[in-house]
Write a protein that binds this ligand. Sequence first.
Ligand code: GLA
Length: 586
Amino acid sequence: MEKFEIKKHFLLNGQPFKIYSGAVHYFRIAPSEWRLTLLKLKAAGLNTVETYIPWNVHEPEEGQFDFSGRYDVQRFVELAQELGLYVILRPSPYICAEWEFGGLPAWLLKYPDMVVRTNTPRFMAKVEAYYARLFQELVPLQITHGGPVLMMQVENEYGSFGNDKAYLRAIKHLMEANGVDVPLFTSDGSWQQALQAGSLIDDDVFVTANFGSHSPENLAALQVFMQTHHKQWPLMCMEFWDGWFNRWQEPITKRDAASFEQDLQALVDADANFNLYMFRGGTNFGFYNGASSRVGIDYPQITSYDYDAVLHEDGQPSAKYAALQRVLNVTTPAPTGALPRPLASVHRTAQLHLVDVLDALGQHCHSAQPQTFALGSGYGYLFYQTQVAGNHQPEKLQLLDVNDRVDVYVDHQLVTTQYQATLGTPIETPLTPTSTVQLLVENTGRVNYGARLLSPTQQKGLRTGMMVDRHLHYGWDQWALDFSQLAQLNWQTPSPSNYGPTLSQFTFDVSDRHATYLDCSGFGKGVAFINGINLGRFWQDGPTQRLYIPQDFLRLGTNQIVILETTATASDEISFAATQEENLNA
Ligand code: GLA
C-alpha cells in the first residue's frame, strides 16, 4: 500500500514528491476518449490528474443516482491508476467550473427553504444523502485503500462565497464520516480575505491557492497566510488557469502559450506544485453550461469548454502542449489518435412544429398560477399557454419575474423576445376576446459563482406571473419539455402549424465512426441531439456555432440528428466540420 502525507513537502511513501497535475473532467469527455487524454497528460510530463465531481449529473433526480457511462467516475479514476497516474478529487457539493448551478442539482430548488452552500438542515440533509451514495464509489479509490487518490477538496473557493466555518467543518466531517481518510484541502483565491474565509487551516486542512499568472506574488501571498497560521506546508496552485472560458455574444478569450510558459516556469522555479486548469476542457454537453453574473444579469457560457487549454476540446494538442513539455523538460511525443473529420452533408428528412407535439414531448400541467422549472427536469425549456380576453385593441401584458429568455407569441405571432436587460419590459399588443398567449421560456444555465447562487432568479421560469392591464392573469397550461422522449416522436404526424419553434430531423448512415463537429451556422438558436444524446446549445450570435460529436455518439448504420430551433431560422441541410471554429483551434 502506498502512503501520501503532507508535511513540509508532499511525501509519497516517505519520499518528497512534486505534484504536477492537470484537470480533466470525465463528465465533459466521452469515455472512449479518456484513455488517450490521460496518456497525453502523462506524456506531457504530468504525474496526476484532477477532476471535480458534479452532484447534478450523479443525482439528476432526488434519490436517483447515475454513475454510468460518461458519469462513471470510478472507471475514470481506475483508468488513471492503470496508466500510472495519481488522482486528486474535488467532490465538493459545489464545484463552480462553469457548470450549471456550480454542480448543484436543480431539484434542490423545489424546497422553498433551501439555502445552498450553507449549514442549514435542509441543504445539509441533501448533501448527507448524496454523500452516503457518492463515497461508496470514491472511498475504495483512495491511496489508503490501494487506489490512486492522493487527496480530496472540501467545498470549492468557499472564500469567494461565505465565511461560515461551521459549514466548512460540517462538509469536512461528512466526508470523514463517509470514509474519507486521505488528506483534505481547500482552494481559494490567493489574497488574504479569500484564504481566511475559505480555509480550515486551524483544523489542519491543507491550504492551496488558485491563480493563472503573477506566480511569485501569488505564491508569496499563500506563504504569508500559512506562516501567519504557523504552518510549514508545500506550496500548491490548485488551479493554474492556462486559458479561460467563454460566454455567448462575447469574443473568444485567448491566453497565449508564451505567457503561460513563463508563468508556469516561475511556479516550477519556485519549487511549487500545480494543477493545470484545464489540461483538457471538453464540452458542456446537455443543458449543463453555467452562467456568470454581473449586476443582476446572468451571462450564460457557451457549449464548448475548449478553455484554450493544453489540449483542445477534441483532444488535439494546442501550442501549450509543447510549452508544458519545455517547462517540464520532457521530449516524449504526444500520443496521436484519429483527428475529427466531417461527414457528408445531410438533407432534412422531416420537420415538426413544437406546438403540434407538446403533449408528446412535454410533461403537461394545468394550474391557476404559472409553474416554474420546478416542473420537469429543471433544465432546458418550459412552454406556457393561456387564453386572454381582450377588447380588439392594443393592451398591455407584462411578465413579472421571468428567467432567462422568453419568446412571447400572441395569436401565433412572435411579438417579442425578452432576454437579460429586457426581461419584464411591458408589451403592448392587440388582443381579441379569445387571444392565445404562448411563451417559450429557456433556462439558459444557472449561475455557477457568487452570491447570486442564492437569488430567486435561479428558480427559472415565470415566477410571479403575467399582468394583463392591472391584474395578474390566472389559468395556465404548461409543458416542461422532456427530450428523453424524442424517440417517441412520430415524424409522420401532420404538423399543420406554421409558427414557433421547429424540430428538424436528419437521418443518415454511418459506416465509419469518427469524431466530427456539427456545423449549426444555418440555424438560429436552439439545441441539437444525436441519437438522443444532447450535444448542447448553439446560437448564431456565437462566438461558436459548432458542436463537438465524439465518435461514441455515432452508430454504425442509421443515425438521427434532431435540432430544436427557436428563432425561425432552420436550414434544410446540416453539414459537418473537422475542427471547432478557427479561433478556438489556433
Ligand atoms: C475558479 C473555480 C473554477 C473555475 C475557474 C474559472 O477558480 O474554482 O471552478 O470556475 O474559477 O474557470
